[in-house]
Design a protein around this ligand. Sequence first.
Ligand code: AMP
Length: 181
Amino acid sequence: MSSNPTGDLTALIRTIPDFPKPGIQFRDITTLLADGDGLRDLTAALADIARPLDPDLIVGIEARGFILGAALALSLGKGFVPVRKKGKLPGKTVGIDYVLEYGADRLEMHEGQVPQGSRVLLVDDLIATGGTANAAAQLLREQGAIVLMALFAIDLPALGGMAALEADGVAARAIMTFDGH
Ligand code: AMP
């Protein structure tokens, strides 16, 4: 168990209205990251969920998923693999195109970095519609990985992302939830 109740972690998240566009309530985790107790307790809460699953690798989604994913990997003594936006990784990549609310994007990872049959845990800071995490999970599956769970610091249940992931057969958990968009 985390030594810090989830309510205290929620209080460390800063909400910035109308960023990056009008109507979005941006849930900013940098205020939690800057708090030593908060970062430790969030990592411990993620590790409490992840440890019994005994993953081989932690996979983090750019960019804030790198921070939490690396903290979790370190805490479990596992390796970390980044999934990045198009064109950022220097080696040979495999990727997936996916559709966003406005337009399209592409996620990539280094070829061969997630071996066939490996049991991986996907991490990001927040799930909204689930489009990003779903694409990452699909990419991992295409590489022959077993996605044990998608794990988030924050869920926005109103946007239905966790339900969409579960409908695609990806178990999903979050430490905190916020109402609205
Ligand atoms: P989605 O693909 O709709 O689930 O969006 C998830 C991605 O967008 C994550 O990488 C989040 O960091 C980011 N994101 C979406 N909505 C928000 C929000 N309200 N506050 C902070 N980050 C967000």
